[in-house]
Write a protein that binds this ligand. Structure first.
Ligand code: AMP
Length: 149
């Protein structure tokens, strides 16, 4: 990426581009996997954030880890999902950013993740920054810079 593009992306703040928490599908730590799978299938998302009872961000859960738990010797054993809680299988090794980080920080983070969770200074969940939102901005910058030449 050129220095000009980097400079522009580092001028944009995540606060203007993220999806606020009230519009984000999520599950809670103590929900059974059965409920989490229902949320994922109904929303159409591959993964959603996991929050604790005080709405602090704690991890992410996706369809693949849930379906792995149903694998029997010869068939899917869906009834197992009522017995396992989200906190037992969720992924907690995920980066977070705050509203005050830049879109360039976001770009670096979404290389390995489809979305990044945005938290406040105390860890309360603020929303998500999606790869789609970042790519839109990057595309805009590429056109702006091409036009300048
Ligand atoms: P996108 O870049 O819009 O395709 O979103 C990437 C990923 O972010 C999706 O696959 C979901 O896992 C997650 N995501 C996007 N929007 C939402 C939402 N409103 N609620 C929960 N997760 C979302």
């Amino acid at each position: 990426m050129s220095t000009i593009q980097e400079t522009q992306l580092s001028d944009l703040l995540i606060r203007d581009y993220f999806v606020p928490s009230e519009k984000v599908a999520h599950v809670q730590l103590n929900n059974p996997l059965e409920h989490a799978l229902l949320v994922l299938v109904k929303s159409g998302y591959a993964a959603v954030p996991v929050l604790d009872s005080s709405y602090k961000f704690v991890g992410i859960i996706g369809k693949t880890v849930i379906l792995n738990e149903t694998l029997g010797l010869e068939k899917f054993e869906m009834e197992r999902l009522a017995e396992i809680k989200v906190e037992e299988v969720m992924n907690t090794d995920v980066p977070t950013l705050t509203r005050d980080h830049t879109i360039l920080d976001g770009l670096n983070a979404v290389i390995n993740h489809a979305f990044i969770c945005i938290v406040d200074n105390e860890g309360y969940f603020d929303g998500i920054l999606t790869r789609r939102a970042i790519l839109k901005q990057v595309k805009k910058n590429i056109y702006i810079n091409a036009y300048k030449k």
